[in-house]
Structure formats: C-alpha cells, structure tokens
Design a protein around this ligand. Sequence first.
Ligand code: ATP
Ligand code: MG
Length: 479
Amino acid sequence: MDKIPKEIQIIIKKLKKGGFEAYVVGGPVRDFLLGKMPKDWDITTNAKPEEIQKIFPNNFCNNIFGTVTVVDKNTKNDNLNNIEITTYRIDVGYSDKRHPDKIQFTSKLEEDLARRDFTINAMALKITNYELIDLFGGKEDLKNKIIKAVGDSDERFTEDALRMLRAVRFSSQLGFEIEKNTFRAIQKNSELLKFVSQERICDEFEKIILSDRAYEGVELLRKLKLLKYVVPELEYGIGVSQNRHHIYTIYEHCVLSLKHCPSKKLEVRLASLFHDIAKPQTKAGTGPDSTFYNHDFVGAKFAKKILTRLKFSNKIIEKVSLLVKNHMFYYNVDEVSEAGVRRLIKRTGKENLKDLMDLRIADRLGSGVPKAKPYKLRHLEYLIEKVSKDPISAKMLKVNGQDIMKILNAKPGPKIGAILKVLLSEVIEDPKKNTKEYLEKRVKELNKLSEEEIKKSEKIIEEKKEEEDLKDKKKFWVK
Ligand code: ATP
Ligand code: MG
C-alpha cells in the first residue's frame, strides 16, 4: 500500500473545493502506515452532514451519529463502495458505560482525534502532501508495536467499556503489546464489560478467534480479567488436571487446541476451543485415572448455550455443536471397520468430515502430541472416500417408502418409516444387503411384526453399534 486510492482522493478534493478541511482518519491511516490495504476508508471533515450531503448526492446518512456514507457504484474495489465521512465531533457523557449520551460537532480536528480509543487509531492523514497529524505519538507506538489508550486510560475505559475488548482484538490482529498503564486500567475496569451488549462482545470475540494470534488473544482476555465476562465456562477448566493421557490442564488444552487449529474457519476454531468445555463438569475420579464420560455430548450442549448467549448465528451454533459432539470419533488403521466409517458419515454428514478431522488435528497437537498423525488421517480419508458410495442414508436404499407401500399394499404411516429405518441400519452394517430382492424379503418379514416390535429391532441394531463404537472409543482415547 503506497498510494491513497483515486476514489478517496476525489472525495477529499471535492470537500476541499467546497471550502472544507478533509482527512483520512483512524483505521485506514494505521493500516496505510503499516503498508496494509485498509478494509474500509474513513474520512473526517469540518463539513456538517447536510453540507456533505449537498456535495455528494449519492449518499445515505445515519441520523443518530450523522455519519454520511458516500456510495460509489463505479469502483471496482469492494472496500471503496461505501465510504464513511464523519464530521469532527466530541462525545459527551457516557452514562451507560458504552455509548456517548450525545455527540457534539466541533470545528477542531484535534478534538475529534482526542475522542478516539488508541494512539494508533487517532491519526489523520492529509493526502495532498502526506502530512501526518499525530498528536498522541501514534506513529511511534505503531513502530514499537504498542496499543496505548489516548489520554487517561482509566477514564477512557470507564467511558466506553467495549474499548477494553478492542484493545485485545487489535493486539491479537496486529501482534502488538498492550502498554503498561493501559493494561492496568483494563484489569481495573474489566467488570464494566457487563454493560456491553452480547452482540458487540461477539463481534470482537469473533475477530480475536479469527486472527492469527487467537491463542494469545484468549490468554490476554484471561490475564486482563475479561474472559469471565466473555466465556466464563473456559475458566472452570483452569488448574483442573486430566488423566494419565494428558500433560495439560483442561484450560491449557482448550487454548492450545485453538492455537494449533489448522483451519481458518470460525466454526472449526470455536470447536477447537470448546470441544472439551464440559470436562470440568463430567470429571469423575482423581489423578491419573480420572474419566470424562459423555463430555462430548454435554460439551455440545454447553457450546450451544455459550454461542447462543453470544448471539452467534444459528448456522455457526449448529455446526460447532455438531463438531464438539462428534469429536471423539474413532479411527485406527486396521481396527476401524468400514461399517464404523459409514456410521461416522451418517452421524456427521460427509460435508463436515474435513472440519472434524481438522478438529482432531487441533485436539492432538493441543495435547502436546508431537505429530498430528497424518498417516492415520490420510487412511481415514481413504476409507471415507471408499465407503462414501455405499448407502448411508435412506435415499440411497434400493427400496424406498413408495416401494414398501406397494409391496405391502399399505398407506403412508409410521410403520413404513420404521421399516425403512431397520433396512438402513442393516445396510449400513453390510452394503451387500442393498439389493431389491433382499430388501423386499425383509419388508415382508418385518411387516409381520407390530410397529412397536419393528422399532425395537431397529433400536437393538443401533444400540449394538453404539456399544461397539463406544468400546472403540474407550480403547483409543480413555477420556
Ligand atoms: P478495522 O480495521 O477493524 O475497521 P478500525 O480502527 O477502522 O479497525 P472501526 O471500528 O472501523 O475500527 O473504527 C474506526 C475508528 O473509529 C477507529 O480507528 C477509532 O479511531 C474510532 N473508534 C471506533 N470505535 C471506537 C470506540 N469504541 N471508542 C473510541 N474510538 C473508536
Ligand atoms: Mg474500520
């Protein structure tokens, strides 16, 4: 990034022509100085919202804060579709610890910069001569990789508690340290995070989790005493030991799994962090023989509760809880049967298997196991490929509901569904049974039973399989 985009230059020139001052400000100045392409471009000016709107007819205006967004439909660059222009302002009063009670326009750029959160975010750039307006040492802090509050840090966090999370977010995105006084002020005011809405907490938490230093970010939340207002459930695992198979405590293992997660996907990263979230509650026994039965199922529920509270989307919530629920899947070359792999696919869905394997890699590396056992995983991938053409859903059976009704000359009803389930269970065990002849024969046999009995026989097969899977699981993981 060595040049200001033409689109921004045009806007600033137009404002100047109208007799106003105009600067690039905040995030884009920081990113520009770091040599990075800014995500969005913000401009600040002494022009009032109505005056800005007059100059740019193609705009929409946020009335509460008077931000005018200029829409540029011709640009090829997505970052430049919507450019936000704000009038120099000061914030007045923060009675809810989050939002200013009101904003007041000012004619002084200096006052606008002073209301901003961190020194690296409080610089303005004059684009005609690339003069930097840097009143708080932002450039120096950028050079030294430091996040430092503008002015009195204690005051800044009591005004707006969200800034504390923003500090952690910038630290983990940029790999910067939080300056000593700013650090202390956050620790002191951490409790104020209670006043911040879950949606805003979620936005920042998501950015931390998606950053290159997600692990450092979560650790920083803990050190700053903020974690208990974001995900207190993680703290229950602090200092709680596991068993002979683990060198790390539950909390350490959770954050290290996040650190080693090979996926950049939010869902997989969250699942890495939360896969053992229920271990403190499911722990039985002490010392090297402790067990954690059902922590996968209970953990899926906990993850759902946490992510719902944080207002993540349903899609993310469902995916994370599915991954957590199934993270104990068993695979060992020579031991895992093809039927076992078919059951795994049926349980989790083929589209989720890659993510489930990434979660396993995160889990293993986060346990301090030196390698992610690529050979075993590759073998499982091979088996998945091999069996994925086998029937794993009712749709893939050679006999469908319609056929069954025809064979039995029966109407639709629960009995038909129950028969289908038994057929599928049998075929997953042995795909060779997926022939019209065999299935038709079984339909007639099963029809002699009552609906109750059919359901029971399906349950018997399912239970037997679950028992087998569980046996495998214990053998392998002994968690
Ligand atoms: P990003 O690259 O994530 O967009 P950003 O620095 O541009 O980072 P924004 O949330 O877009 O962050 O905010 C734009 C600017 O507004 C910031 O650089 C900062 O100067 C100021 N700002 C944003 N939120 C706050 C806040 N809560 N308190 C004080 N200033 C803030
Ligand atoms: Mg921004």
